[in-house]
Design a protein around this ligand. Structure first.
Ligand SMILES: *[C@@H]1O[C@H](CO)[C@@H](O)[C@H](O)[C@H]1NC(C)=O
Ligand SMILES: *[C@@H]1O[C@H](CO)[C@@H](O)[C@H](O)[C@H]1NC(C)=O
Ligand SMILES: *[C@@H]1O[C@H](CO)[C@@H](O)[C@H](O)[C@H]1NC(C)=O
Ligand SMILES: *[C@@H]1O[C@H](CO)[C@@H](O)[C@H](O)[C@H]1NC(C)=O
Ligand SMILES: *[C@@H]1O[C@H](CO)[C@@H](O)[C@H](O)[C@H]1NC(C)=O
Ligand SMILES: *[C@@H]1O[C@H](CO)[C@@H](O)[C@H](O)[C@H]1NC(C)=O
Ligand SMILES: *[C@@H]1O[C@H](CO)[C@@H](O)[C@H](O)[C@H]1NC(C)=O
Ligand SMILES: *[C@@H]1O[C@H](CO)[C@@H](O)[C@H](O)[C@H]1NC(C)=O
Ligand SMILES: *[C@@H]1O[C@H](CO)[C@@H](O)[C@H](O)[C@H]1NC(C)=O
Ligand SMILES: *[C@@H]1O[C@H](CO)[C@@H](O)[C@H](O)[C@H]1NC(C)=O
Length: 628
């Protein structure tokens, strides 16, 4: 039914084409020069001054896969550089990378940077990964330097070629993807060891459980024996594999890859006689971005140094063109009426939810090239929630927290209700657009409860706590005003004024009904809508008063007959302040905020909003349809 979105062979080929072919001219910038550039980069970063760097005018700057203007994001909050510096130099490809630590608003974290130079020695690519793991930062600082074997120049007759270095390294990803216990893992050196966030996770005698699991045996094994258990099979795809920095002299490679965990693998294979359930962290589709360094001995993987951070599921790498495999429905699927009326649109919501629950999108009248996004990320129809959704509250049934709305003029229907994926609850917002009797767009936003449970539940060290967390407790009945309210015009300008107010921290110019109430992540503060927008209450708007732009504003539906609008926006929180910040405010963040509005007589009378954490600078694949 589906073909892989990204083939490892293509990735390898691309890598060889890009980085593997020998360049005849003598390198202009050698190891000393490249390491000097990295030092200059880190100094400029921690002193918040990008003008000190020699960059091209169109330099591509990324943080955790988000494209940002150079000088924003971490550039505003980075503090002192740490002692630990592990550099990788590739004069031939004009690339330098480092694994190091910095402080971010005073907290020491792991920082990976890669600089790419053009022919003239100007920086034209800056890729960074920020792994917000203070434990890892502290461990690196305690290590002070990489193990000596990483930094040795390997005698020329003991080296393998650039192409071989990349090919051997790629076997690691091929082996981990869908981790087959019967695979050939002889590409590991028998004495191979791996660090994860500066913690040794092979041949470890501590007896600590591995990752999010309870398993205490896995980390006691060596690299090869670990892969032979098949334990890592929950990594369902490893795409956007890149090997940009090949340090031939040291026989080392600094690689980057995107690890998808689509949530379909439900048990961990037995490691010591007993299989165990998959940790709740993997209840939902997850994507992790990995920066991973490999040191080879002969042609085997001898040392691995990895760091991870989480990005929204399906997140595309800014450095790789990735093709989506589009699902088209079987020819025998009946189309919707050419013009789908309100009743038809409400029906469409149920039909799509049912198809998600049965994990069978092929039964739907999908348009050719139907677009599907999850939390702003374009993914294949059939991926993500289509595989993990196990329950949903249906509009019109006995379920209390669910509603659907329709706008026949734009052939749009939306849903707002509760989802369950395996054991993880969420609030699900969905927009469906019908065109000529086919489903053209399906857009879902799922705000999952992530804060509770054993070993941190599904919450990770990869995102900071929110000002207002939703712990998954029942949200009660969706206020009947949404379901039984009277007609009212729901002009886009009304919602846009509201977003302006959210951005300005001011209710001036926003039409609120006097009795308007608002709830964020299920919590109702005893403060009216206007006062909240003015910044009053403990966590105004479920956020705080250091947020700046409210962008990628989108009105998903305006259902005038029911006087309801659904909208979503990205709210930036650069974490810049002259005074010390609470834990919830320290990290540059973007909050994705789907909001359901009840409008009465042209004024906002009720707001039901959710707040979802996203990496700073996150953009929706849909852009915006309201003016910021
Ligand atoms: C930028 O380029 C100039 C001229 O080549 C050089 O003098 C300077 O050291 C460079 N600065 C950095 C930070 O590399
Ligand atoms: C610091 O490093 C030493 C070895 O150099 C080790 O024994 C100790 O456990 C480390 N401490 C921490 C907190 O990681
Ligand atoms: C494996 O399981 C056995 C029996 O349950 C136990 O005695 C042994 O300690 C376990 N091994 C490890 C490495 O935990
Ligand atoms: C891990 O152990 C805890 C405590 O015994 C248990 O509650 C939890 O369900 C276990 N988790 C998994 C994934 O096995
Ligand atoms: C529609 O066609 C597909 C493939 O041609 C087939 O598998 C499926 O059973 C058909 N469905 C119906 C309802 O006839
Ligand atoms: C899938 O659809 C998108 C637009 O919806 C299009 O850009 C892309 O090329 C299609 N992919 C394939 C493999 O046809
Ligand atoms: C999810 O992963 C499973 C196991 O690897 C695989 O069979 C399935 O095709 C994947 N789903 C998608 C949509 O790629
Ligand atoms: C789905 O949720 C409904 C109501 O919330 C509940 O009655 C039903 O038992 C659930 N079904 C499953 C399979 O969990
Ligand atoms: C709010 O922000 C908008 C756009 O940024 C601006 O045009 C407007 O004047 C501001 N309103 C107030 C009351 O500050
Ligand atoms: C933000 O809120 C804090 C705490 O309520 C307050 O002390 C501070 O003055 C506010 N800052 C702004 C810019 O409104």
């Amino acid at each position: 039914m589906r073909s892989p979105r990204w083939s490892p062979y293509n990735a390898l080929l691309l890598a060889l084409l890009q980085y593997g072919s020998p360049v005849a001219a003598a390198p202009a910038c050698d190891r000393t020069c490249l390491e000097g550039l990295m030092s200059a980069y880190l100094a400029a970063l921690t002193e918040h001054d990008p003008s000190r760097l020699n960059t091209t005018s169109d330099v591509l700057y990324t943080e955790n896969s988000q494209i940002l203007p150079l000088g924003t994001g971490e550039w505003k909050v980075a503090g002192s550089p740490g002692k630990y510096r592990h550099d990788f130099s590739d004069p031939e490809a004009r690339q330098v990378g480092t694994i190091t630590t910095i402080t971010e608003n005073g907290v020491r974290i792991i920082y990976i940077a890669r600089l790419g130079l053009n022919e003239d020695g100007m920086i034209n690519e800056i890729e960074t990964q920020i792994t917000r793991d203070p434990g890892g930062g502290a461990r690196y600082e305690n290590m002070t330097a990489p193990e000596a074997v990483w930094l040795e120049a390997v005698p020329t007759d003991k080296r393998i070629s650039r192409q071989q270095l990349v090919a051997q390294t790629n076997k690691y990803y091929t082996g981990m993807q869908g981790n087959d216990p019967h695979g050939d893992y002889s590409f590991f050196d028998k004495e191979c060891n791996r660090l994860e966030d500066a913690l040794q996770t092979t041949n470890q005698k501590s007896g600590d459980p591995y990752g999010h699991s309870n398993d205490t045996v896995f980390a006691s094994l060596g690299c090869e024996a670990q892969f032979q258990t098949g334990f890592l099979g929950f990594v369902t795809k490893i795409r956007a594999r890149r090997f940009p920095v090949v340090d031939e002299e040291r026989q080392a490679v600094l690689a980057f890859a995107t690890l998808d965990h689509n949530g379909t693998v439900r048990t961990l294979p037995e490691v010591n006689g007993t299989a165990s359930p998959i940790p709740p962290y993997f209840d939902v589709p997850r994507t992790l971005q990995a920066a991973e360094a490999f040191r080879l001995r002969d042609d085997k993987l001898y040392r691995i140094e990895m760091t991870l951070t989480e990005v929204p599921y399906g997140m595309r790498s800014p450095f790789v063109e990735e093709q989506l495999s589009n699902l088209t429905s079987a020819g025998n699927v009946t189309s919707l009426p050419y013009n789908c009326d309100r009743r038809c649109l409400h029906g469409v919501v149920k039909t799509v939810l049912q198809a998600m629950l049965t994990h069978d999108p092929a039964t739907l009248p999908l348009a050719k090239d139907a677009r599907y996004t999850e939390n702003g990320q374009l993914i294949a129809v059939g991926d993500g929630l289509w595989e993990t959704l196990s329950n949903v509250t249906l509009p019109g049934s006995d379920d209390k927290y669910a509603a659907s709305f329709a706008d026949p003029r734009t052939q749009t229907a939306v849903y707002w209700g509760m989802s369950t994926e395996q054991t993880t609850p969420g609030v699900l917002a969905m927009r469906i657009r019908v065109a000529a009797g086919k489903l053209a767009d399906i857009e879902v936003i799922d705000v999952r409860a992530e804060a509770t449970g054993n070993r941190g539940g599904t919450m990770t060290l990869m995102r900071p706590p929110l000002p207002v967390e939703w712990d998954g407790s029942p949200l009660g009945e969706l206020d009947t005003v949404f379901k039984e309210g009277e007609a009212s015009s729901t002009a886009p300008s009304l919602i846009n004024d509201y977003f302006n107010g959210l951005q300005n921290h001011s209710s001036a110019g926003v039409a609120f009904a006097p009795e308007c109430l608002r709830r964020d992540n299920g919590q109702q503060l005893n403060v009216g809508c206007a006062n909240q927008l003015d910044g009053q209450g403990q966590n105004p708007n479920g956020l705080h008063n250091l947020t700046t732009a409210v962008r990628d504003r989108r009105l998903l539906i305006a259902d005038a007959e029911q006087g309801v609008a659904l909208a979503v926006a990205m709210v930036d929180s650069p974490a810049v302040s002259s005074s010390p910040l609470l834990l919830t405010l320290q990290v540059p963040s973007t909050y994705m905020v789907p909001q359901l509005f009840k409008v009465d007589d042209g004024a906002i009378a009720r707001v039901e909003g959710m707040v979802k954490w996203m990496p700073f600078g996150y953009r929706s694949a849909w852009g915006s349809n309201l003016d910021a």
